[in-house]
Design a protein around this ligand. Structure first.
Ligand code: CUA
Length: 425
């Protein structure tokens, strides 16, 4: 190869390498597995790095030996032909023992990590039941009597123990920076536990192919201070705002006022294990004060938490339809919605097939994390869910829409329903 030719290849190759290298440290990647924020994540991180570094060491040694032999014993004038041999006891013992030692270096920490992360959770852990559905997540907090969907709240510094099951096919529960993946299996409960070390909003995913909308089965995790968690839990236990029946005359018990938080927290290292934990990049400071629903404030959400999924172009909505929440509430009581959804405080709405909608208005996303939760997206979702999410088990409700089932409602009625659901904070 001439010097010119060599330079012609070398320059672009180095530029490419530099570009790839720099892009890796360019921005905050919320879904990376490097940068753990729980003791579970740290165990996996330590193991991954050890295996990676050992692998690099073995690679360099093997390649160096290979290159050395290729150069040293290359064909030269006057060299004799290589001698053909077979059966060399020393060599055979060597290439059996060396890999065995390498495997021992991998096996010992791997097995230790498996035992550590499969052990039972501490007895006072926060219990969360995770139930997989095609294609959304049901979360129950049995110690608090709460059922919610697609959004988890966890207190920083307290171990959360998740009991994983599924209503249909296999799914897998995964929050890249908090835990490893663990499968949801029918007729068998799997467990996983971890202790979040800082306040933040995290993305969660289904990590096992489970059908058409597997990629659209996402969830959010909000790690908050214990005080904020208690306020959230207390509010979740109440009936949705606006659904509580008016107190009877002479009844002295007033409906519970929604809690108002004025706690301002910084990213907190509150556990001993979290002492040297680095705070996540782009950490918002949580100031729960405005909201009556004690939820993670939307204004503080990192931008990547809100999905930007485009809606189908063929699906349109009457721009003149102004939703009215009280009309929507009346319609909802007898609408087919109640066959699948529960809204605590509405006696007729007790379905358990779909997500519990008691506080749906306070969630950040709808449709298994596929769309942002706002009136516009809710309207389109009710109008034609199967068009919004491939394979959706929720049927369409738009009167003019074409699908497996005939639609029932005009855009005006759907706008009313959406206004009502949005008001359920
Ligand atoms: Cu559920 Cu993939």
């Amino acid at each position: 190869m001439t010097r010119d030719l060599r330079m012609r290849w070398l320059t672009p190759a180095l530029a490419l390498l530099l570009a790839v290298g720099l892009s890796a440290c360019n921005s905050f990647t919320p879904n990376t597995i490097f940068g753990a924020h729980s003791e579970f994540g740290h165990s996996v991180d330590v193991l991954t790095r050890r295996l990676l570094y050992l692998g690099i060491l073995v690679f360099i040694l093997v390649e160096a030996l290979l290159v050395f032999i290729l150069v040293k014993f290359r064909d030269k004038d006057g060299t004799r032909e290589a001698q053909q041999i077979h059966g060399n006891t020393t060599l055979e013992i060597g290439w059996t023992l060396v890999p065995a030692v390498i495997l021992a270096f991998i096996a010992v920490p791997t097995i230790k990590t498996i035992f550590k992360t499969q052990a039972q959770a501490v007895p006072n852990a926060l219990q969360v039941e995770v139930i997989g559905h095609q294609w959304w997540w049901e979360f129950r907090y049995p110690q608090y009597g709460i059922t919610t969907a697609n959004e988890l709240y966890l207190p920083v510094g307290r171990t959360a123990n998740f009991a994983l099951t599924t209503k249909d096919v296999l799914h897998s529960f995964w929050i890249p920076q908090l835990n490893g993946k663990r499968d949801l299996i029918s007729n068998h409960t799997n467990y996983i536990w971890f202790t979040p070390d800082s306040s933040f909003a995290w993305n969660g995913f289904c990590a096992e192919y489970c059908g058409t909308s597997h990629a659209n089965m996402r969830f959010k995790v909000f790690t908050v201070t214990p005080a904020e968690f208690d306020a959230w839990a207390a509010h979740q236990k109440t009936n949705a705002v606006g659904t509580a029946p008016a107190p009877a005359p002479g009844d002295s018990t007033k409906p519970a006022a929604p809690p108002v938080l004025t706690v301002a927290t910084s990213t907190g290292a509150t556990t001993p294990a979290a002492k040297d934990a680095k705070p996540p990049v782009a950490t918002p400071v949580m100031t729960v004060s405005d909201t009556s629903s004690a939820t993670y404030p939307r204004s503080k959400l990192p931008e990547w938490v809100i999905p930007k999924t485009p809606t189908p172009v063929s699906l349109t909505f009457d721009p003149n339809a102004e939703g009215d929440a009280s009309r929507g509430a009346t319609l909802f009581k007898t609408a087919p919605c109640i066959a699948c959804h529960t809204v605590r405080g509405v006696p007729t709405a007790a379905g358990i097939v779909g997500p519990n909608l008691t506080h749906v208005g306070s969630r950040t996303t709808i449709a298994g994390g596929l769309y942002p939760n706002d009136v516009k997206h809710l309207e389109l979702w009710i109008k034609n869910a199967p068009a919004m999410k491939p394979g959706s088990l929720m049927p369409l409700f738009g009167k003019a829409e074409k699908g497996e089932t005939p639609g029932l409602y005009t855009d005006q009625q759907i706008a009313d329903l959406a206004a009502y659901l949005s008001s359920l904070k």
